[in-house]
Design a protein around this ligand. Structure first.
Ligand SMILES: *[C@@H]1O[C@H](CO)[C@@H](O)[C@H](O)[C@H]1NC(C)=O
Ligand SMILES: *[C@@H]1O[C@H](CO)[C@@H](O)[C@H](O)[C@H]1NC(C)=O
Ligand SMILES: *[C@@H]1O[C@H](CO)[C@@H](O)[C@H](O)[C@H]1NC(C)=O
Ligand SMILES: *[C@@H]1O[C@H](CO)[C@@H](O)[C@H](O)[C@H]1NC(C)=O
Ligand SMILES: *[C@@H]1O[C@H](CO)[C@@H](O)[C@H](O)[C@H]1NC(C)=O
Ligand SMILES: *[C@@H]1O[C@H](CO)[C@@H](O)[C@H](O)[C@H]1NC(C)=O
Ligand SMILES: CC(=O)N[C@H]1CO[C@H](CO)[C@@H](O)[C@@H]1O
Length: 392
């Protein structure tokens, strides 16, 4: 049932009592239509709470404008990263919060989650190694202790729609980093793990996006067919487990700084046709179609607001940046479902990159408030302010 028809049927007297949740949920299969359309990008409470100190820092300097801009970030949907077994509890909390918001606003919510815990994770970088290793039965533990409970939570919350990014960086490493022995070893584990996750996260309220790295990595002409073939292989492996298993599409540039539309294009992109993420998505799309894969994308712009601050494409760590385009389905591209904010801006990439306001970068995942303040000030388009009296 459409939300509008439900609302029309509700009498004024009953508005204060909660709608049955099933009535609010969208009946369309999130895998067959753009699942973001008509939904509110749910803004998770944890990220909003991290930003409280950013608001306070601006207010301490009497910078009410940037404090108000930060409040806008607090209301913007970002992905919740679920990166280990202990983090599974965040799913339940997020679901409870999103339901409350759905009841309060009577707008269907889309809840954004990253699933990130493969055995031998981050085989090329090592900065984000995880809790499971293949030599310690990691694949079995990943399936039973992580993916199974993860899938059960989402399937039970039929009243919400989920967009899930699967395993950032992993298939990118399978495609281009076979020369690294640890990645070569990890490849079959990655493929089996992701296939299992796809096979088990099949439900009409779950839209899966396989991570497709970014234009500076897989966007080179020679890499595009290899990438599409690898994605096709993994989806077929999933269909071997769950017949007709399907994904919605692909996520690009997770945690990166590449602009959606470059202006001007950066010199380090040399001759690549995928010199920004929109060109990357459109270049990869026909290869996906040829591999019987859906050519739909979500593109992270959480830290892509300030262009051309880097000298090398490979610079991935805490680059000078600003918040980018606010999540939207108005993407000007038929292959792009939505601009999203996947990386929660302000959580450090690791102890690397330049100091900001005299402070060095903390360890990966740790909050870095000076960096966050920079993201607010550098945001492009500039963030609309939300003053305190506008909070509801
Ligand atoms: C902020 O504004 C208040 C009131 O105008 C003033 O008393 C205070 O000194 C200002 N603080 C700073 C850091 O400028
Ligand atoms: C790769 O796997 C083989 C066989 O299990 C093992 O002997 C070797 O040490 C592994 N190499 C790396 C770099 O992990
Ligand atoms: C699917 O399963 C069949 C039969 O077990 C096997 O021959 C085939 O290689 C599998 N395909 C993939 C992509 O895993
Ligand atoms: C690219 O290099 C040229 C020549 O050095 C320079 O003029 C231009 O500003 C550079 N473009 C960007 C986006 O940095
Ligand atoms: C897709 O397949 C068609 C038909 O085989 C072919 O003409 C076209 O070049 C292929 N496109 C890509 C991007 O590989
Ligand atoms: C889409 O195009 C319009 C008009 O050119 C532009 O204002 C808008 O910023 C574009 N949206 C994105 C996401 O690039
Ligand atoms: C999934 C993906 O592409 N991740 C990359 C995002 O961008 C950063 C910075 O370039 C890379 O380090 C990540 O590997």
């Amino acid at each position: 049932m459409k939300l509008s028809s439900v609302l029309a049927a509700v009498s004024v007297a009953s508005v204060s009592s909660a709608l049955p949740l099933e009535a609010v949920a969208d009946s369309a299969d999130a895998r067959d239509v753009n699942p973001f359309r008509g939904k509110n990008y749910f803004a998770n409470a944890f990220y909003a709470s991290e930003l409280d100190q950013t608001v306070a820092a601006f207010l301490a300097r009497n910078d009410t404008l940037n404090a108000a801009r930060t409040r806008t970030v607090q209301k913007t949907g970002t992905f919740v990263w679920v990166s280990n077994v202990a983090g599974l509890k965040n799913i339940g909390e997020t679901i409870a919060d999103a339901r409350a918001e759905q009841r309060r606003t009577r707008r269907p919510q889309i809840v954004e989650l990253v699933l990130y815990n493969l055995p031998d994770r981050d085989c090329s970088g090592g900065a984000s190694g995880g809790e499971f290793t293949s030599i310690n039965n990691g694949l079995e533990l990943y399936k039973t202790k992580f993916v199974d409970p993860y899938a059960a939570e989402l399937k039970a919350a039929k009243d919400l729609t989920f967009a899930v990014i699967l395993e950032p960086d992993s298939l990118g490493n399978v495609i281009t980093n076979q020369n690294l022995p640890f990645c070569a070893n990890a490849s079959t584990i990655y493929e089996q793990g992701i296939a299992y996750a796809i096979a088990n996260l099949q439900a009409p309220n779950i839209a899966l996006y396989i991570d497709a790295a970014h234009g500076g990595w897989l966007g080179w002409d020679d890499n595009l067919p290899l990438a599409a073939a690898e994605f096709g292989k993994v989806v077929k492996m999933a269909q071997n487990i769950t017949k007709r298993a399907k994904i919605r599409g692909f996520a690009t540039n997770v945690s990166n700084f590449n602009p959606y539309v470059a202006n001007p294009r950066a010199n380090y992109t040399e001759y690549s046709n995928a010199f920004d993420e929109l060109h990357y998505a459109e270049a990869l799309a026909p290869h996906l179609t040829n591999n019987s894969l859906p050519a739909h994308f979500i593109i992270d712009q959480g830290r892509a607001g300030k262009q051309n601050t880097r000298t090398e494409w490979g610079d991935w760590c805490n680059a000078e940046a600003g918040y980018g385009i606010i999540p939207t389905t108005e993407t000007n591209s038929t292959v792009v479902d939505s601009i999203v904010w996947a990386k929660p801006g302000g959580e450090s990439d690791g102890p690397c990159g330049a100091d900001v306001a005299g402070t060095p970068a903390p360890n990966a995942g740790k909050w870095w408030d000076e960096y966050t303040q920079m993201l607010v000030v550098n945001a492009n388009p500039p963030l609309k302010p939300t003053y305190k009296n506008q909070l509801q």
